[in-house]
Design a protein around this ligand. Sequence first.
Ligand code: SF4
Length: 88
Amino acid sequence: MSDLELVEPSGEIAINNIPKAHKHLNPCVRALGPGPEGATCKNCAKLIRVLYRDKVYVKCQMRAVTHGPGTDHRVNWPACKKWEAADI
Ligand code: SF4
């Protein structure tokens, strides 16, 4: 499998245009597949901000949410298949 292929749950191979440098960063893209072309987590309704000990941490509702850095999410990650436009 090349760096630009992802396997869908159906077993089909989906080609995406995620830059190689970002491809492996969003665990939801790995697990669920890529989202709309050019979309990022920044404008997704599933992105949440959690206040903990006077600091704000960005998390994704599609992942486990803990108080640890392992579930911190990046707003500029390429969107996954569950991307949903946020109300602005
Ligand atoms: S696109 Fe939305 S659901 Fe997917 S990883 Fe980003 S914030 Fe989470």
